[in-house]
Design a protein around this ligand. Structure first.
Ligand code: OXD
Ligand code: MN
Length: 587
């Protein structure tokens, strides 16, 4: 029996049941015994593989379909009623047409299967900022992953009561046909439908679909922001904790920054760093006129390859128990997992991500490059004590970043909020050889939201401007670039924990405790103001790292003109002015 009397919800579940025609309907209660039964059932069908209970307690391996290993931006749609509202950066289809198409795919697709109903909350259930979703799915993997990534079960239904205010999420695996795969959002209906995929980013509907695409639309209407940002707490030796958020395109070390370990000198002096979130921040203006952030998620859905005891010991520790691994190597000697760069030596007796024997002489990768761990946030050794604070944490600085070999300095500060919005709107990363074969092409990814903004990007930028006007004490906005290279193509800045040296400067700037040099693009540090003790760098190198090459910046400005051209009338005037100011300063 349904554990709710909510008439809206019952009517929708009834409608979905009639459409998908499952053999059974099971409501996820959040009780451990129910989840344990599902883990057992998942193992009996091969959907899940139980790992070594002693070495990896409560951990499982899942393998997705070989054709279904990543998000599919080309098949992700924002089906707003008007095409214009989706904007030039999203795929759009008329909602009626899309519903017809998706209903025809979903029709009868759960025959012979169980339909699971997952009530989930993004944000702690008691938070005034939380949003409730109901995901209906035919995948045990989705149920178990949602139970890690979100708060699930009856407590969510209690919080919902009889309200119609929840996001509807329908997920049908169907036949996992890539040609019929659609990840569709209907912002005006607060609805998500995902079909023919079983990959996390496409089917854990709380994450990118609700907490970014749908939530960005809701935030626009309701006066808050949903951003693709980590949230980090930094404690100085005096015990003051300040919080920053950071937005980075993929492959820029966002998870590493979210779980940074201070360099030895800083550790000894008493600096500590806490992770509040690694991927998504919901931001609201507090009564104090500051911006406050909550992480709506309850777990990490992190990329496994490259994670090791040096690059990110906190992430590795987060996966030590109660974690689901997807598409990694299985070590057959001890039934544990492995991925590239986890250790120097690969396991010799192992299955690759496809579940095939991985011969010791193989030159193929064992783990899929986008293999993942789904780990409870509470496992993280540096999780913030404020992680579950329903009010969130006050933000001192917003940090944008990208991967730029030459153009962007190590760090610069925007002149003010509006200029900061400009800085975020033009951010991008250069492609690396491995990804495309074409090196150094800039891919613009405004605020790292290109694939995740659920409405017109021009309106989104205007919303940023409007939010700035409403804050009496807005965060300061910065841009960082850990990836400047020397004449040999080697990174100059050591990165990882040493990034705290830059964060220290950022926090001092927020409190007017350090001066800066004003240059064409904003404020850069005086080289002597970044603490280099314990690194191999000297102030001359630092001066090079913050130097601005005007010719490169003229090229950059030309690229921005071209990019902005896409947005037509919706490009906020303020951004046009900021670009004109940059042109002027570069003359
Ligand atoms: C993610 C992404 O998986 O941004 O977090 O792609
Ligand atoms: Mn992300």
């Amino acid at each position: 029996m349904a554990p709710t009397k909510n008439p809206h919800l019952l009517a929708w579940i009834d409608e979905v049941t009639k459409l998908t025609k499952p053999d059974e309907v099971m409501w996820i209660t959040g009780e451990e015994s129910q989840l344990e039964d599902l883990r057992k059932e998942g193992c009996s069908t091969g959907e899940m593989i139980k790992l070594n209970e002693e070495k990896l307690p409560g951990c499982y391996l899942h393998r997705s379909d070989r054709q279904d290993v990543a998000r599919v931006e080309g098949r992700t749609f924002i089906c707003s009623r008007k095409e214009e509202d989706a904007g030039p950066t999203n795929n759009w289809m008329d909602p009626k047409e899309m519903y017809d198409l998706l209903y025809s795919i979903a029709d009868g697709s759960m025959k012979g299967r169980t339909m699971y109903v997952i009530p989930f909350s993004m944000g702690t259930v008691d938070s005034p900022f939380a949003k409730i979703g109901i995901e209906v799915t035919d995948s045990i993997y989705v149920v178990l992953s949602m139970a890690i990534m979100t708060r699930v079960g009856n407590k969510v239904l209690e919080a919902l009561g009889d309200s119609p205010d929840y996001t509807k999420g329908l997920h049908c695996k169907d036949k996992l046909d890539p040609e019929k795969r659609y990840i569709s959002h209907f912002p005006e209906d607060n609805t998500i439908i995902s079909v023919n995929s079983g990959y996390g980013g496409n089917v854990l509907l709380g994450k990118k679909c609700l907490a970014l695409r749908i939530a960005s639309h809701l935030g626009h209407q309701e006066g808050w922001m949903a951003e693709h940002m980590l949230i980090l707490g930094i404690e100085d030796p005096e015990g003051n904790v300040r919080y920053v958020t950071g937005a980075f395109p993929s492959a820029c070390g966002k998870t590493n920054l979210a779980m940074l370990i201070p360099p030895e000198k800083y550790r000894k002096a008493g600096w500590k760093v806490y992770c509040v979130g690694d991927d998504i921040a919901w931001l609201r203006i507090g009564e104090d006129g500051r911006l406050w952030a909550v992480n709506p998620e309850n777990g990490f859905f992190g990329v496994a390859p490259g994670t090791n005891n040096k690059s990110n010991p906190n992430a590795l520790a987060s996966t030590s128990k109660n974690t689901i691994f997807t598409n990694v190597v299985r070590n057959l000697d001890d039934n544990t997992v492995w991925w590239e760069k986890m250790t120097d030596e690969r396991p010799m007796n192992a299955e690759d991500w496809k579940g095939e024997i991985w011969p010791p002489e193989s030159t193929e990768k064992g783990a899929h490059p986008n293999s993942r761990f789904t780990a409870p946030a509470k496992n993280c050794p540096c999780i913030s004590s404020e992680f579950e604070n329903p009010k969130g944490v006050p933000i001192s600085a917003i940090i944008f970043g990208g991967r730029r070999a030459k153009t962007a300095p190590l760090v610069y500060q925007s002149r003010d909020w509006d200029h900061g919005v400009f800085v975020g709107s033009v951010m991008g990363s250069e492609t690396t050889a491995a990804a495309t074969g074409e090196v150094g092409v800039v891919r613009r990814d405004p605020m790292a939201m290109l694939p995740f903004c659920g409405y017109h990007m021009g309106d989104y930028w205007q919303h940023w401007m409007d939010m700035g006007k409403k804050m009496s004490n807005p965060p300061k906005i910065f841009n960082v670039n850990w990836f400047r290279t020397d004449e040999n193509g080697d990174f100059i800045w050591p990165g990882f924990g040493d990034n705290l040296r830059v964060l220290e400067w950022i926090l001092k700037r927020c409190e007017d405790k350090v001066d800066a040099d004003e240059v064409e693009i904003g404020y850069v540090p005086k080289p002597e103001d970044i603490d280099l003790e314990g690194t191999d760098l000297d102030t001359d190198t630092l001066a090079g790292l913050v130097a601005i090459d005007k010719d490169l910046w003229r090229e950059e400005a030309a690229g921005v003109h071209e990019f902005y051209g896409k947005f037509g009338d919706k490009l906020p005037d303020k951004l046009k002015e900021e670009l004109a100011t940059l042109d002027e300063k570069l003359k």
